[in-house]
Design a protein around this ligand. Structure first.
Ligand code: ADP
Ligand code: MG
Length: 403
């Protein structure tokens, strides 16, 4: 059921290459939801860079690109600090092409500005200033659609949300996917379809309940699943170990046991840490020490994987032809508990096979250790990537035109 699905979607849906856009006004839903610092400078422009191939192609075709995105969580009203202007400025620098960022996203003035500036890339105002965006109101979707003649969705990061700019608008315009969306779907989809073997999945992060869907999905295709982070303590509990004060989701012990059993039947190895860095409290400056996984003291909690586990996991990652990583191996925000995440990230960066990373915090870790150039593909969509890897449908992709 899961096998083959994501790639199939890409093959059946129209992409930018399947339609004629020359001379047309093309509305592109991009994912410009980027972090800003307190002076409103863009801190991480990966998502802006990701949109460049689609926008460049439109310019080459002499189409007029009209870009739209949300930024932050303004909750349906104008929030001055969440205007698109600084994002537009950064994108203009990156693409080296004149841009005009508007202070509204719908209405007559927007239409006029578009008509009067055919030589500029247009970026309309933050879509979430209007409640109609998240509520997917037809009137709002229609007003967005009126700005152009063709709709391109290149915002993989919001493709798991059915909003006016991702789903509603497709009712009114020819609707296709852009190149970033296509690449995300193909790369992530290939993990579930025909990964080169051995295929090693590395999973961490804080909650097992967030990850159970992907574990279930990956045991259909992976050879080994290496676990760490907070989520591995529920696994350790389900194996009968005492995990002290580590984070454990009691209600997940039963489902994870069932998953482990299924994995055993399929011959997939799900590995848990053999040693851990434990702390006497959840604090940056907590006392800490390395213990074997079966010796976690009752009042202590595991906050990172230990050195023996790191070595073992790295030797497996080195042999992999495909590696997917989601979720830090420990509380990497605190230096005392960052070693596991850093070392595993380095091993993945050095791995000779195809390496793919998904998830906001994992992405942040890769960048913190300056390894982004050594990873083959870093997904721009945390939640959307996980949804796709669970084998679930993405509403914004479903809404696009069939070939
Ligand atoms: P991603 O965003 O990459 O999908 P998650 O959001 O699932 O990752 O998890 C990241 C968070 O998990 C980090 O904030 C990290 O501090 C936390 N975490 C990792 N290991 C532990 C642990 N042992 N105990 C508590 N929290 C942890
Ligand atoms: Mg996260």
């Amino acid at each position: 059921m899961i096998k083959g699905e994501p790639k199939m979607v890409v093959l059946t849906k129209k992409t930018l290459r399947d339609i004629d856009v020359s001379g047309k006004r093309v509305i592109v839903r991009v994912d410009f939801n980027v972090p800003l610092d307190k002076d409103r400078n863009v801190v991480d422009d990966t998502r802006l860079k990701g949109a460049i191939p689609t926008v460049r192609y439109l310019l080459e075709q002499e189409a007029h690109p009209i870009l739209m995105s949300h930024l932050g969580r303004p909750k349906g009203q104008v929030v001055e600090s969440l205007r698109m202007a600084p994002v537009g400025k950064r994108f203009e620098e990156l693409i080296s092409y004149p841009m005009l960022t508007l202070k509204q996203c719908i209405g007559l003035q927007v239409k006029e500005a578009i008509e009067q500036n055919p030589d500029k890339i247009i970026l309309i105002e933050n879509l979430r200033f209007h409640p109609g965006e998240r509520e997917n109101l037809p009137d709002f979707a229609k007003m967005l659609a009126e700005l152009g003649e063709v709709y391109v969705n290149d915002a993989f990061g919001t493709s798991h949300r059915a909003h006016a700019s991702t789903v509603g608008i497709t009712a009114y315009l020819p609707s296709v996917m852009g190149f970033l969306m296509e690449k995300e779907l193909l790369t992530l989809g290939s993990l579930l379809e025909e990964p080169e073997r051995p295929f090693v999945v590395v999973l961490g992060g804080n909650k097992v309940s967030d990850k159970l869907g992907v574990i279930d999905s990956f045991i259909e295709v992976a050879d080994v699943v290496l676990t760490g982070g907070g989520m591995c303590f529920t696994l350790l509990e389900s194996m009968g170990l005492e995990t002290g004060n580590s984070i454990v989701e009691e209600d997940q012990i039963q489902p994870i046991s069932a998953t482990l059993k299924k994995a055993r039947k399929k011959g997939v190895r799900i590995m848990v840490p053999s040693d851990l860095v434990v702390a006497d409290r959840f604090d940056k400056n907590a006392n800490h020490k390395v213990v074997a996984a079966e010796n976690i003291p009752p009042d202590w909690m595991g906050l990172d994987i230990g050195p023996v586990t790191i070595e073992k996991y790295c030797s497996i990652i080195k042999e992999a032809k495909t590696v997917f990583w989601n979720g830090p191996m420990g509380v990497f925000e605190w230096p005392a508990f960052a070693n596991g995440t850093k070392r595993i990230a380095e091993c993945i960066a050095e791995a000779p096979g195809l390496t793919v990373v998904g998830g906001g915090d994992s992405d942040a870790a890769i960048k913190q250790y300056r390894l982004e150039d050594k990873i083959d593909f870093i997904s721009t969509g945390g939640g959307a990537a996980m949804r796709l890897l669970e084998g679930k449908k993405l509403p914004a992709v479903e809404a696009l035109d069939e070939k």
